[in-house]
Design a protein around this ligand. Structure first.
Ligand SMILES: Cc1ncc(COP(=O)(O)O)c(C=O)c1O
Length: 408
């Protein structure tokens, strides 16, 4: 369990902190509960890939950049599934020329199949592949293209071991998951009947949901029990089942820390300015701060407030307490846009400059989905809260002005 005071004292704000032990526990829990191997979708958070290497069954890698991150950390290539809608020749050549121990590649189009075949031949490799089935968008191939590839594949170069299927994130309808299981089962059957092709492996992304906002109720255990029943039906077809999971594996293990740096009021309300903003903090489905995520406020020592919490007797104060002693505030970030609203209308005891907001459930996607280059604000530190309770900074502050500066 992350000790907030320790984080604030040791690394300050703004910062993200990820709880390694919580992620490991979550991998074990999902594997046990769902009865399938768990692959980690690296896009959700690349900062924890090395920490989970022992526990995780594999990694779903969707770009050359993600491959380079994992490879430079010496992640076991025997756990890597190289996926992604755009596979370019130089990247695939580099991977195949240098390494013959990458676990699998996915095929997302007829052209990717041709590219993989060509490059594998060139370097004398025999590679294992999954064909990605589309869910009707730009990802994966149609059932017709999938069958074409199976019928024309050169097995001496490309071993097709099965199907990958991911149709979207934040799925909480068991009906939808059952429909997807039916679709996969039908495909397994039809490939056997039409081509005598045995699907050995299914890699399925169930898009397990995370509930980010206050007031939401969800019985996750009951939901996962239902998901298990759908997955068991797929497994009855004699396939090895792996689940690609991102959000549900890491979201709850991350916190984002941001300090109150200024406050003011006008006829439209009380405004708190934090040292972060929508450049750092993104919650799925959270638009213009209308929904309130889970957070805590930590009061730090007055010295850090630089004297700003001391007022002259006639100085106007921000906000008036209601009968419960609470003030309504809007939380804003440090960007030059009226859209930089983190949360609207929270009721809180009187806030002070230096107070630290600890936003929960930010372990997945948050550190990469924000508009982080806007206004040349610094990127926050990223730290791991390790199993022994120590905090390890794995990325220091990055000045985005270095990226946004023209170089003559
Ligand atoms: C192919 C693929 N697999 C898995 C995931 C992870 O999804 P989630 O974070 O909902 O578990 C994604 C997310 O975009 C994806 O594109």
């Amino acid at each position: 369990m992350i000790d907030n005071e320790k984080v604030i004292n040791e690394i300050g704000t703004p910062a993200y902190v990820y709880d390694v032990a919580a992620i490991e526990e979550r991998i074990k829990y999902l594997r046990e509960k769902l009865g399938a191997s768990i692959l980690y979708a690296v896009k959700a958070n690349s900062f924890i890939v090395k920490e989970i290497e022992e526990e995780i069954d594999g990694y779903e890698i969707c770009s050359k950049g993600e491959f380079d991150i994992c490879n430079s950390l010496n992640v076991n290539r025997g756990k890597m599934v190289i996926s992604g809608v755009h596979k370019d020749r130089p990247s695939i050549e580099e991977m195949m020329e240098k390494y013959d121990d990458i676990y699998k590649y996915t095929i997302e189009s007829v052209n990717q199949w041709k590219l993989l075949t060509d490059v594998a031949k060139k370097y004398g490799r025999k590679i294992r592949t999954l064909i990605r089935l589309t869910s009707g968008n730009q990802f994966g191939v149609s059932p017709e293209d999938l069958k074409y590839i199976i019928a024309h594949n050169d097995e001496s170069v490309i071993k097709i071991v099965g199907i990958e299927y991911f149709s979207g994130t934040q799925k909480h309808s068991i009906k939808k998951i059952n429909k997807e299981a039916d679709k996969l089962i039908d495909l397994i059957d039809s490939l056997r009947e039409e081509f005598d092709f045995k699907v050995e492996e299914i890699e399925y992304g169930p898009g397990l949901p995370v509930f980010y906002y206050q007031g939401e109720e969800f019985d996750e255990e009951a939901f996962l029990d239902e998901v298990r029943l759908a997955l068991d039906r797929i497994k009855e077809k004699g396939v090895k089942l792996s689940l690609e999971v991102g959000r549900s594996l890491v979201a709850k293990a991350g916190r984002y820390y941001s300090s109150v740096v200024d406050m003011k009021c006008n006829k439209n309300g009380n405004f708190i300015i934090l040292d972060g903003g929508i450049n750092h903090l993104v919650y799925y489905g959270g638009t213009l701060g209308m929904r309130i995520p889970h957070f805590q406020v930590i009061r730090v020592s007055e010295e850090k407030a630089d004297g700003l919490n001391t007022f002259a007797p006639d100085e106007p104060v921000v906000g008036t307490e209601d009968e419960n002693g609470l003030i309504t505030y809007n939380l804003h970030g440090s960007l030059c846009t009226v859209n930089d609203i983190l949360v609207k209308n929270i009721n809180s005891k009187r806030l002070k400059i230096g107070d630290v907001f600890v936003f929960e459930n930010v372990g997945a996607y948050s550190s990469t989905e924000g508009i982080s280059l806007f206004l040349s604000r610094d990127l926050p530190k990223i730290a791991l809260y390790q199993k022994d309770g120590s905090i390890k900074v794995v990325r220091d502050v990055i000045k985005t002005s270095d990226i946004n500066i023209p170089r003559y």
